[in-house]
Ligand binder design. Structure first.
Ligand SMILES: [Zn+2]
Length: 181
């Protein structure tokens, strides 16, 4: 799996492009529509996966879908907070195929009700749930400190030492270098 990071929009959101065997998935296209399209040249975009509903993670999703025909996926917990129509609501537990590889969706509520993580062989995309030096705010609509604590506990068990963690903002890191160590 090839992973490309594009830093987009005023809040410097990490938009991730995953590429395998000519197929692609975009995670959190918060802005940068033209740059994303440029990067996708020659690849088939299958899905646009949104880790949560916040505007800085979703703003370019609709335009990208219209241009490429890719499906927008977001967790059902975000239903009341979004202004666009996704193609599929996720429950968590889904496996998503790209190239010859599979990604797993896990529900990680706390930063928002329907926050998710996208898990691969030796990497995980965590949205705004976890950063190198902290974790996401629970002060916005749908946020819950209690749920975030449970989620972080679960993640600490789930994430292996060799798993690279890709957050919604800032640089990627390993568990041992994070606040969860
Ligand atoms: Zn957020």
């Amino acid at each position: 799996m090839e992973i490309k990071t594009l830093v987009v929009g005023p809040l410097l959101t990490n938009c991730y492009l995953l590429i395998s065997n000519g197929e692609a998935i975009v995670i959190d296209p918060g802005a940068g529509f033209k740059r994303i399209l440029q990067e996708l040249k020659g690849k088939k975009l299958l899905y646009i996966i949104l880790t949560h509903y916040h505007w800085d993670h979703v703003l370019a999703a609709q335009a990208l879908k219209e241009k490429t025909g890719a499906k927008i996926l977001i967790h059902k917990g975000e239903k009341d907070f979004i202004k666009f129509q996704p193609d599929q609501f996720l429950d968590g537990g889904e496996e998503i195929k790209i190239g010859k590889e599979y990604l797993k969706i896990i529900h990680t509520p706390g930063h928002s009700k329907g926050s998710i993580a996208v898990v691969g062989e030796n990497f995980i995309f965590v949205g705004d749930t976890l950063f190198k030096d902290g974790f996401g705010t629970t002060a916005l609509p749908g946020g819950s400190e209690k749920e975030l604590k449970e989620t972080l506990k679960m993640m600490k068990k789930l994430i292996k030492p060799e798993t690279k963690i890709y957050p919604g903002h800032g640089e990627s890191f390993f568990l041992k270098d994070s606040i969860l160590k």
